[in-house]
Design a protein around this ligand. Sequence first.
Ligand code: PLP
Length: 401
Amino acid sequence: MKTELKEFRQYVAQVGEIDPIMIDVQKAEGIYVWDTEGKEYIDMLSGICVGNIGHRNPRVIDAVKAQMDKYMHVMVYGEFVQSPQLEYAKYLMANLPKGFDQIFYVNSGSEAIEGALKTAKIFTKRTEVISFKNSYHGSTLGAVSMLSAEEFTEKFRPLIPDCRSIEYNNEEDLEKITTKTACVVAESIQAGAGVILPSNDFLKRLRQRCTEFGALLIMDEIQTGFGRSGRLFAFENYGIVPDILCIAKGMGGGMPIGAFVGSKEIMNSLNNHHPLIGHATTFGGHPLSCVAALETLKTIVEDKLMEGVEEKGELYKTLLVHPRIKEVRGIGLFNCMELKEDENNKEVDWSRVLINLFEEGIISGTHLFNSNCISIKPPLTITEEEIRESCSRILRALDKL
Ligand SMILES: Cc1ncc(COP(=O)(O)O)c(C=O)c1O
């Protein structure tokens, strides 16, 4: 049944300016979303890097249904023994590099970032938080305090003190990390900036500097994680291991869940700092989300979804050639196409681009800090034929500009 758009906007709070596309969702499966009029869309956003194993993956659905028949929420996080939490933790740890012993479950990426920041402050007994310009780490106040652009923060001041941003891929700026720094929060690939890859050995230098000055390196793999880069986590492509890993989005295969993961020593500092409450969450590690997360990770590993990712990304780079495309940039299936002005130097009208794509049956979006960049981040399960079909639709949409 069709949902009345006017009513929807009247009753459901909106996130910002009205979006040029509003799909009245009827169903989603694999790489596809259908609206209530039966129109089919290929999802090039994967629900913003959530549907890495495709929408409504049957393994996830079966696991959630089976768990629903046993129990759902029973107690606030950490109070009762729950096997779905343990099983996921063991399987995740077995697939991570050495040094990660414990996971703290939360409900979202922002919450994972908040927990990691608090942990770093307690562990190091320092206050300074360093992040990178044009990074987005969430919408809670701690995460907002790390936003570099005044336009996003001015209305929320005062923010958390002692937060400063430095430039990504600028090795000289790493000198600002000192013995005052509790932590550096970094994305291994800058997502919202328009898929900016780390240049040369930038992440290695960052890792070295943090180690040298005793600052914790917190890696935000909330968007880049779960196989999208061809490795389980994108940092694995660059020969580094962070102190705390923040995950969410693709973790739950469509169910809400997030977490931060670290060594026992680091994680204990948060949990043991007060006899009653270190960090708390009612729904963190919800059993339905944990079984969904386990099946998601098992699907990525057992179905070897990461093996095809590099080749699939390359196919996009080969096929997406058009006078309006400046570059297709990224790694694996974590890409964007950056558009350029037309021959009369007319700027890219990104909302027109998105509407054209939408009309051709493509769901995509721009990037927070670079609206000329359009997401090419389909589910990892996309086939070669489907990639070709999605590219034909994208090129037709650009022809109509
Ligand atoms: C890189 C990154 N970090 C953190 C977040 C925040 O995650 P959530 O929306 O689940 O709170 C996002 C969300 O888009 C993100 O892209």
